[in-house]
Design a protein around this ligand. Structure first.
Ligand code: FAD
Length: 433
């Protein structure tokens, strides 16, 4: 796959591949049509969406664009603005600020007529078809979409809030990202930065390796003689193996030390010591990313029927395999696709398409296609990329990679680095604008 092919696929995030499945109901949205919610689809229903992240914001928008004004959409989000995880590794080297990664919800309300509710959903009544919020209020629904992202296991030793602030994961962009940036800046030359990577599945497969590169690149230029030790619970690099093997062994040789098969027994935040299968390691900064599981609302409401951690779904509709009428999208869902913002956007469109069809008494699209793209900075001005295309396989009932349509960049480049921002802006606009 060349760069042109990659761009063609990456730009599909803007068009939405599932839109093709809507032919016969409403025409697919194009950028020129965005903001026009049709009034004449004849389809009606109440949809509540839990979580206004990459998946939830997108599904809310496309339910209105494809369903029309008869489909009332209520989006419940606990935060006032969305903090993008994507590009948040660049906060660590000072190239982005957290403020520049904030996305508001006002477009979703004013352009698409989505009702916004700021609150925390605590309970789902799948029989009575309503959700309860922490403030005691209830919202009824005909279809519910749950998109809460992920939560983390607790690493032994990091049970308290104080310990977690001293040893941040910074794997949900926000205050912890700023803490980690400040810790990096406070490091002295010749310091040791240790990061831990959890076993798969975790969000953004290349993300931790990208972070190791961004941090190593910054330390090399600003805190000479420092080291980045990467303790990976996986047996090897889980994504973009060519790019990251080259980054670790050539570009950042002598700075990054990569150790696969790592087991973290405990972390002592007071002495900044990790107890691991490689022995005890002392560090100036520890960035410990714990194992992931689906967001709490999934676990608490009986939707985590895959190893007790993830929500099983039918990928034709993203309907939960544990409860009818409830759809789960984004990182919380157990599918064969990566846990990534681009894929969350794609799942949201397949789900919106399916809900509109179901409300109209029709069957879902039998052959959905999704795509994923990801750019990984290797230095402060070069990046590599990764892409994959998935198609529905009726035999296994799962999304499978399309042969020949996936790949990674043959080399990092400055062009890739510039294109990363175009891709990011397009994706975020498609979800939030
Ligand atoms: C450092 C880093 C870099 C990344 N880079 C990339 C990249 O380059 N490309 C890419 O595709 N992906 C990337 N990702 C992954 C991407 O950010 C996630 O896959 C994506 O955000 C998942 O979307 P989501 O909607 O499932 O969850 P989220 O985006 O986390 O959204 C979940 C939302 O639900 C809300 N919520 C949760 N529970 C409740 C509740 N009970 N009530 C109300 N609201 C609730 C939360 O507040 C949150 O706003 C990266 C991740 C990280 C950490």
């Amino acid at each position: 796959m060349n760069r042109r092919d990659f761009f063609r696929l990456a730009s599909m995030a803007g068009a939405g591949v599932s839109a093709a499945g809507l032919s016969g109901l409403v025409s697919a949205a194009t950028p020129a049509q965005l903001g026009t919610v049709p009034t004449n689809t004849g389809i009606s229903g109440r949809v509540v969406v839990i979580g206004g992240g990459m998946a939830g914001a997108t599904v809310a928008k496309y339910l209105r664009l494809w369903g029309g004004t008869g489909v009332s959409v209520t989006l419940v989000e606990r935060e006032t603005t969305y903090a993008s995880n994507i590009l948040s590794n660049l906060v660590l080297n000072g190239q982005r600020t957290m403020t520049s990664l904030q996305f508001g919800y006002s477009n979703l309300a004013t352009r698409y007529g989505i009702r916004l509710v700021k609150g925390d959903v605590t309970a789902i009544d799948s029989v009575g078809h309503s959700v309860s919020l922490a403030d005691g209020s209830k919202l009824p629904y005909d279809r519910l979409v749950v998109a809460p992202g992920i939560d983390f296991d607790t690493i032994p030793g990091l049970e308290t809030a104080a310990a977690q602030a001293k040893v941040p994961h910074a794997w949900k962009a926000g205050p912890q990202t700023t803490i980690l940036r400040n810790q990096l800046v406070a490091m002295k030359p010749g310091g040791v930065f240790v990061m831990t990577i959890p076993a798969k599945p975790y969000r953004c497969p290349p993300g931790p390796y990208e972070r190791a590169c961004v941090v190593a690149d910054w330390l090399k230029k600003n805190r000479v003689g420092s080291k980045v030790i990467v303790l990976d619970a996986n047996p090897g690099i889980t994504a973009e193996p060519l790019a990251f093997a080259n980054a670790f062994n050539v570009v950042h040789k002598g700075v990054i030390e990569y150790r696969p098969g790592a087991v973290i027994n405990s972390i002592d935040a007071s002495t900044m010591t990790l107890n691991t299968n490689f022995g005890n390691l002392k560090a100036n900064v520890i960035n410990a990313i714990p194992a992931h599981r689906a967001g709490k609302v999934i676990i608490d409401n009986g939707l985590a029927n895959v190893s007790g951690r993830w929500a099983g779904v039918d990928v034709l509709t993203y309907q939960s395999t544990a409860a009818p009428g409830i759809h789960v999208i984004g990182d919380a869902a157990a599918t064969t696709q990566p846990k990534a913002g681009h894929i969350a956007n794609q799942e949201a469109k397949i789900c919106a398409d399916a809900i509109v069809r179901l409300l109209a008494g029709r069957s879902p699209d039998p052959s959905p296609i999704t795509n994923s793209a990801c750019y990984s900075p290797i230095t402060s001005d070069t990046a590599s990329w990764l892409t994959a295309v998935f198609a529905y396989d009726p035999v296994s009932g799962s999304m499978q990679p399309v042969p020949g349509a996936s790949g990674e960049a043959t080399a990092r480049s400055q062009d890739n680095y510039k294109e990363m921002f175009k891709w990011f802006n397009t994706l975020m606009e498609d979800s939030f604008a």
